[in-house]
Design a protein around this ligand. Structure first.
Ligand SMILES: [Zn+2]
Length: 143
């Protein structure tokens, strides 16, 4: 099922841990996330690989996700791009989002990017997650 020009629903569903079926509402959320964030990002930076998308509560538990994870609502994805730093900066400066997280990695680039989008009330919150620490407010690099 196509969500946008070149994102499919299948790309946004976690499949490594067995059955994981989104509801119609979750699919609507995934569609919005793809249309507002992922497709414009792919148009701008090229390769965008979704490493983890929708997770049922069961799957979320298996992967150790937070109990309030937006992955469970179809509102969040983890992505890996050719240049994670450039992609992060592009999202921060050009796209709507609820939360944008620089996940691990180092000061040069995150290991992956977590990005979420909500139908309403997007907070535009930018955070960084480091090993052994919680989420901290983060000012993205300029270039
Ligand atoms: Zn995530």
């Amino acid at each position: 099922m196509d969500l946008t020009e070149n994102f499919t629903l299948e790309e946004l569903i976690e499949t490594r841990h067995g059955e994981n079926t989104p509801t119609a509402e979750h699919i609507e959320n995934l569609k919005l996330l793809a249309a507002k964030v992922l497709q414009p990002l792919r148009n701008a930076v090229g390769q965008v690989v979704v490493s983890s998308g929708y997770r049922s509560e069961r799957v979320n538990k298996i992967v150790g996700g937070s109990t309030t994870s937006q992955h469970c609502k179809g509102e969040a994805v983890d992505i890996i791009c050719k240049n994670n730093r450039a992609a992060f900066i592009y999202i921060a400066n050009n796209l709507p989002f609820d939360q944008l997280i620089w996940e691990y990695g180092n000061d040069k680039a995150p290991s992956w990017i977590h990005v979420s989008f909500k139908r309403t009330g997007n907070r535009k919150q930018i955070l960084r997650k480091k090993h052994g620490k919680g989420y901290e407010p983060f000012k993205p690099p300029r270039i």
